[in-house]
Design a protein around this ligand. Structure first.
Ligand SMILES: Nc1ncnc2c1ncn2[C@@H]1O[C@H](COP(=O)(O)OP(=O)(O)OP(=O)(O)O)[C@@H](O)[C@H]1O
Length: 598
């Protein structure tokens, strides 16, 4: 099924009735359109801005499924979707990205000679070989577009959807991009693209044109038959006017009459224009396009045995070329390479942890054994926890939304599944995070003069790491749900209650009501502070020094009693922190799922 057939496709969205209103109205972006995009042809979906071109492409490719109804027939497994925006891993070179695409999308995942030859051939045919050692961030707009095509071509897909492939390109580069697509289409592929307004040079290169206006099909057929068709409808395209512009202008100027009339002529896409050569003059024929009996026959009726088997096979058959473990291994390597390559960020993170560790360590220098500075001990524990929280939460909120676009594209085009990606992301970030936290913990622990006991230091670092992983999980969940602008507001908003509950009532712990105590349990920051205080002052910590006549808190147990945590178990507190970590990480995963599969 290399041809894309679609019948009565409706795409409906719900919109608020007015700004801020909770009442919703339905709006049809596609109004039961039908059509066919044939294999071996370069087809273009055209129309004025807001006509529904991207909506149709999204609905056909499966990129949007919510609100889409109707029949769409093609082999989705051999298709790919290239978005308007060219999102690439900016820290990998062209060759590395091609290798990664080959390893993930082709069955023999080891980099063999054959793969190398294939990569070179694809890059040569797309005129990218001379840029193979450049990173995506240094490519021009046209090169980035060609890279997007090259990355999908490694599996030789028979159907390629492209949204506005020429947007942002100058006229010469755009025309060469269309010529390239035509060449690819003629190599036994179906290529469907949307273009807002093609130039005359581009228009000639399309094999088939599908014109949309207000979500309806107003023309379908060869570009050559557009003028004769308009003539037959008594619309004479002026001699120096470009016919595609002319019909778009007509739809714009007389939308109430022209759009329903043309849509009616083409039965909203069930008919198409084909050229007929007669007596040396070109003419056209309007022919029905879709054999509805054929469509009926290939669509299993609901509830039939065939449909049930098809549904069942979905659960057992992997959509991907590699197993989840192989996908994980390739993604993990790629993520580690990216972390290692991001030298500037590595140095910033190192100086941040080293600098803050030194700073906090100097502030509390040699104070850990002073029995008269009870509040300083508490502030020290809070400072260490707040450092871990704030360091980790904002980075993913700011950086993750841009990565998400690349991942969404790759997941949609079946490079890998969400679960291997999620695991690779989670695990690849750990080594650096742990190393940086250990640097910070070492500095503050020893500069503050805490007891030289191995287990106490390990617990101190462990709690810092757990709090840091929890905060990162929360940051990732926010980054995966909101864009940067909203995330920057949501992040601090989420933190404020956790922070408030963390510092509340340490000086009047005995009077805190039970309900408030329960609410405070929800704050992982408080959990972190309590665990750290238990680590520092609990577990038979020897008596602190007292330079004054009397120090009320020179016995560490007194401090624990004063804070009402003398009966708390460190193991239970850590178990509780781990549970919160799992909750945030699960929220992150669910947010990714919702984003990718909506
Ligand atoms: N999720 C949505 N909710 C509400 N309206 C939407 C949504 N997506 C698209 N629209 C609206 O549907 C109409 C068609 O949008 P679409 O992006 O398909 O148009 P287009 O023909 O590709 O336009 P352009 O050439 O300007 O990109 C527009 O009016 C757009 O505002």
């Amino acid at each position: 099924m290399k041809t894309v057939n679609f019948q009565d496709v409706v795409y409906e969205v719900q919109e608020p009735r007015s700004f801020g209103s909770t009442e919703k109205t339905k709006r049809q972006l596609l109004k039961a359109v039908s059509g066919v995009f044939r294999h071996g042809q370069l087809s273009v979906i055209m129309g004025p801005s807001g006509a529904g071109k991207s909506s149709l492409l999204n609905a056909l490719s499966g990129y949007r499924t919510e609100g889409v109804s109707g029949n769409i027939f093609f082999n989705r497994k051999s298709s790919c979707y290239i978005q308007q925006e060219d999102c690439h891993h900016t820290l990998l070179t062209v060759e590395e990205m091609m290798t990664m695409a080959c390893r993930l999308k082709l069955k023999n995942s080891e980099k063999s000679n054959e793969q190398e030859i294939q990569i070179r051939e694809t890059l040569t045919s797309l005129n990218l070989l001379h840029r193979s050692t450049s990173t995506a961030s240094t490519l021009s707009g046209g090169e980035r577009k060609r890279l997007s095509i090259a990355l999908e071509l490694v599996t030789n897909p028979s159907i390629i959807f492209l949204d506005e492939p020429t947007s942002g390109l100058d006229e010469v580069t755009a025309a060469s991009c269309i010529r390239l697509l035509k060449e690819l289409a003629h190599q036994d592929r179906t290529i469907i693209c949307t273009i807002h307004q093609p130039s005359a040079a581009m228009f000639e290169n399309f094999d088939s044109v599908y014109l949309l206006a207000k979500g309806m099909c107003v023309y379908q057929g060869s570009p050559k038959t557009l003028i004769p068709f308009l003539q037959s409808e008594n619309y004479i395209c002026p001699k120096y006017n470009f016919p595609a512009d002319y019909i778009i202008e007509l739809c714009d100027l007389e939308p109430e009459t022209v759009i329903p009339h043309f849509s009616n002529v083409f039965q909203n896409g069930k008919q198409h224009c084909i050229p007929v050569i007669s007596n040396d003059s070109r003419d056209f024929l309007l022919k029905p396009l879709i054999n509805s009996l054929y469509l009926e026959s290939i669509k299993p009726k609901e509830g039939t045995f065939v449909q049930k088997v098809k549904l069942l096979s979905k659960f057992f058959k992997s959509e991907y070329a590699l197993s989840s473990l192989q996908q994980f291994s390739i993604l993990f390597q790629m993520m580690m390479t990216k972390i290692y390559r991001n030298r500037v960020v590595l140095w910033i993170q190192f100086f941040h942890h080293f600098g803050c560790g030194l700073f906090i360590g100097i502030i509390f220098f040699n104070s850990a054994n002073d029995g008269s500075r009870m509040f300083d001990h508490l502030k020290f524990c809070m400072g260490c926890v707040f450092f871990a929280v704030y360091t980790q939460i904002m980075v993913p909120i700011l950086s993750y939304p841009s990565e998400l676009r690349v991942v969404k594209k790759e997941c949609f085009n079946r490079w890998y599944g969400l679960t291997p990606y999620y695991l690779a992301l989670t695990i690849s970030r750990l080594p650096l995070q742990i190393l940086l936290n250990v640097i910070f913990s070492t500095l503050v622990y020893f500069l503050a003069g805490l007891p030289l006991e191995m287990w106490r230091f390990i617990m101190f670092s462990l709690i810092g790491n757990i709090v840091s992983i929890i905060s990162e999980g929360l940051g990732l969940a926010i980054g995966a749900t909101f864009n940067v602008t909203n995330g920057c507001a949501v992040g601090p908003m989420c933190m404020a209650p956790f922070l408030g509950l963390a510092i509340y009532g340490f000086d009047f712990a005995a009077e805190i009501p039970v309900l408030m105590n329960a609410a405070m349990k929800l704050s992982f920051i408080r959990g972190g502070v309590v665990s750290l205080v238990l680590t520092v002052f609990g577990h038979n910590r020897p008596q602190l020094n007292c330079k004054d006549v009397y120090c009320h808190f020179d016995d560490p147990k007194v401090l624990l009693r004063y804070l009402r945590i003398e009966d708390f178990s460190l193991v239970t507190e850590i178990a509780y922190l781990v549970a919160i970590m799992v909750i945030f990480r699960t929220l992150f995963y669910l947010s990714l799922r919702k984003r990718f599969y909506k």
